[in-house]
Design a protein around this ligand. Structure first.
Ligand code: AMP
Length: 285
């Protein structure tokens, strides 16, 4: 497996793939890899001749300096996992390589993702999706993949990337991959590494609650009632500090109302557990 730290060496590799018409799959990550990431990698390996994974903890998408400082880093372990999975190459740039003009807000590009970016994660993490848009569009220019793989665990990010690809006319298929979970139901996340043992025990409560909400909706209970039940259930467990819990359309992320249920909708949640912020969602089709 090749490891590139520079755009220049990555480009050489990509140019060789292009010359020989080799299809390229791409999986952008921030590292501290788990089975969720590896499922994206495996999907890419199945569908492309070459798979490239990037590992970059992108400072411009963190609105919380403490979260950035404590973001887990384990490159050697990541390389081993990627190699075992059959990944062809890793792109591991440093901040200067990705942001030659620096990362101050003044030198930042600005994206406008409309109503998709102002709700949910966007409301609680101002600037987050602008940072995601910047880094993913830069990576797309560097890697020029045929297909790129994103987890549906980050549903809003997936929708924003799909929009960005259309808006900027990238010729890249964006593939959404279902959330991979621990046996307990907890959505896998690099941030779970920061949960204490007793927090890991209560963390699956989030998934249990949204799963029950999905069952209630399937039983034709009114969204408003289901939502009230969900919010009061999370509040009953004092370990969690709830940021949002909503039932939203999977196309627009607008709130679902009781009388006009869209085709597809999702239950989306973000909550703090100790020092860790957890997000999850479940699709109701
Ligand atoms: P991250 O390293 O957290 O930025 O995640 C990199 C990619 O992996 C993103 O597309 C995430 O949505 C995806 N991902 C993270 N956790 C999971 C999971 N549990 N299941 C599926 N995909 C995931």
């Amino acid at each position: 497996m090749d490891i590139f730290n520079q755009v220049r060496t990555l480009k050489n590799f990509i140019n060789n793939c292009r010359k020989t018409n080799i299809s390229v799959g791409f999986v952008p990550t921030m590292g501290a890899l788990h089975d969720g990431h590896l499922t994206l990698i495996k999907n890419s390996i199945k569908e492309n001749e070459v798979t490239i994974c990037s590992i970059f903890v992108n400072p411009t998408q963190f609105n919380n300096a403490i979260d950035l400082k404590h973001y887990p880093i384990q490159h050697e372990k990541d390389f081993k996992l990627l190699e075992e999975a059959g990944c062809s190459a890793v792109f591991l740039p440093n901040v200067e390589e990705m942001y030659p003009n620096g990362v101050s807000q003044d030198s930042m590009l600005g994206f406008n993702f409309g109503s998709l970016e102002t709700r949910l994660e966007g409301a609680f993490r101002p600037g987050h999706f602008n940072g995601v848009g910047i880094v993913v569009s830069k990576l797309f220019h560097m890697v020029q993949p045929d297909k790129a793989y994103f987890g549906l665990k980050d549903l809003q990010q997936y929708l924003i990337i799909k929009k960005m690809v259309k808006d900027l006319s990238f010729q890249i298929d964006i593939i959404g991959v279902p959330t991979v979970r621990e046996e307990t139901g907890l959505a896998m996340s690099s941030r779970n590494l920061r949960l204490k043992a007793e927090e890991l025990e209560v963390a699956p409560y989030i998934y249990q609650t949204i799963t029950k909400m999905k069952d209630m909706l399937k039983d034709n209970q009114a969204p408003k009632e289901v939502l009230e039940w969900g919010i009061s259930t999370i509040h009953k467990n004092h370990s969690f500090h709830l940021e949002y819990l909503e039932i939203v359309s999977t196309d627009t992320l607008e709130k679902v109302d009781d009388y006009q249920l869209p085709e597809g909708y999702a239950i989306v949640i973000a909550a703090h557990l100790g020092k860790v912020r957890l997000i999850d969602n479940i699709l109701v089709e």
